[in-house]
Design a protein around this ligand. Sequence first.
Ligand code: SF4
Ligand code: SF4
Length: 145
Amino acid sequence: MIIPLIKGLSLTLKRFLNPWTCETEAYPEKKPHLAQRFRGLPELQIEEDGKEKCVACGLCAKACPSNCITVEGAEDEETNRRYPEVYELNAFRCIFCGFCEEACPVSAVILKDTFELSTYKETGIFDKEKLLDLTRKRKGLKGPS
Ligand code: SF4
Ligand code: SF4
């Protein structure tokens, strides 16, 4: 009875005295350290010309197990380029599985490190511009005026 108790206490003491064993992060004052493979909110990527990379094929929406992506495609009459007229992602339903990223043939949707999604609003819908703005912000670019 006493031996397991001593063993337990010595382990606690060892951990307590070793500064490398654990670290309490002071979130939200300090941004937490995220693992390299952390999967946050899927974000829409942009081309060099500032337009969305997405070609509105709908594969991400088909692959999504939570049915949280809506895509409606259209075609640019000048360039014959397909683009998503509507692209919506319901962040309340997303389970951050990454299937949309895997399914996308042009790497237009990538799960980055956005995870602070709490809101007092009733909807967690991110529309196309909101999802593109996340990428624009990362690259220091301005949105369409
Ligand atoms: S990460 Fe998973 S759940 Fe979220 S939008 Fe992509 S496929 Fe759907
Ligand atoms: S994000 Fe990728 S998979 Fe989804 S509609 Fe656009 S091009 Fe297709």
